[in-house]
Design a protein around this ligand. Structure first.
Ligand SMILES: *[C@@H]1O[C@H](CO)[C@@H](O)[C@H](O)[C@H]1NC(C)=O
Length: 286
């Protein structure tokens, strides 16, 4: 059994999550039939608490990010803004008090070797205007694919922005790389599953909630470089994107993040040996 799978099972045992320990030595098969070798399962509703799940696989950002252009405030990522909230994980951009920077929240994976996968979160978007809630892979500004919610959008509860960066071409939005999707009837302020599948030739973005499903494919600017995974809630007051800063605390609530993926650290050959040693059992269905 690869140590990653073992440590995953041990983590589940320690955290007391009520699951039957599954042996996924032969990977994870998703609803599209793709097989992924590894997983990071962050169950923020677990009895050990949301922050215990964060500490297993994520780093809480503490950096200061000076902003330029039309931004009106800087970003200060703050440990305290990543917190246990309503039996889940809260990610908060704090009410702006004028000090020049907005206290914001970000977590990113320890790992930067993720290359292709199926990434899901069950979450509620912030409803206080003036922030961005992001769920994305990142390694550089041109190797990045994003799900973003803008709480200042008039129909923020049913509008989502999907982008394979760069999302603009010659200074204009590139409709083939950046899609603003409205899902009539959706209410993102209730818990729903937001997902994207990063494949070699396309990114398949989707939503499952409010009793409906929606899918959007972007085939342009699909990243090809091993990356980290990030969630954040931030504002820099830029009237062109985040708007704000928020005048009250703006909080995203996340019940889980499940990342199923391949990486450059655990090769297909090593995976095949581990699967064979486990008796070529069926992959876990996810
Ligand atoms: C992920 O790994 C599985 C198992 O090694 C392999 O079959 C699949 O082709 C890989 N997916 C991608 C997109 O590389």
């Amino acid at each position: 059994m690869p140590s990653l799978t073992l440590s995953f099972l041990v983590a589940l045992a320690i955290s007391g999550v009520q699951v039957t320990a599954q042996n996924c030595a032969c990977g994870y098969k998703d609803s599209s039939g793709h097989v992924w070798r590894e997983a990071i399962i962050s169950t923020f509703t677990q009895s050990a608490g949301a922050l215990a799940a964060v500490n297993n696989d994520w780093i809480i950002a503490t950096d200061f990010e000076a902003q330029g252009g039309t931004a009106t405030a800087n970003i200060q990522y703050t440990t305290a803004n990543v917190f246990e909230y309503q039996d889940a994980l809260g990610l908060k951009a704090s009410a702006y008090t004028g000090g020049g920077s907005v206290n914001c929240a970000e977590i990113f994976t320890n790992r930067k070797d993720i290359l292709y996968g199926s990434f899901r979160m069950r979450a509620q978007v912030p409803s206080v205007p003036g922030v961005v809630f992001g769920f994305f892979t990142y390694i550089s500004d041109t190797q990045e694919q994003d799900i973003e919610f803008l709480s200042s959008d008039v129909d923020y509860y049913q509008q989502v922005h999907y982008t394979n960066q760069p999302g603009s071409l010659n200074g204009n939005p590139d409709p083939d790389a950046a899609k603003d999707v409205t899902i009539p009837g959706a209410d993102f302020t209730t818990f729903g599953v937001h997902r994207f599948d990063w494949l070699p030739t396309q990114t398949v973005y989707s939503y499952d909630g409010s009793g409906l499903t929606s899918q959007t494919i972007i085939s342009k600017n699909v990243p090809t470089t091993p990356s980290e995974f990030i969630l954040n809630v931030w504002s820099n007051g830029d009237p062109g994107w985040s708007h704000g800063p928020p005048t009250a605390d703006a909080i995203a609530t996340v019940q889980y993040v499940n990342l199923y993926f391949n990486s450059t650290s655990f090769s297909a050959t090593a995976f095949n040996s581990a699967c064979s040693a486990a008796g070529n059992i069926a992959p876990c269905s996810v």
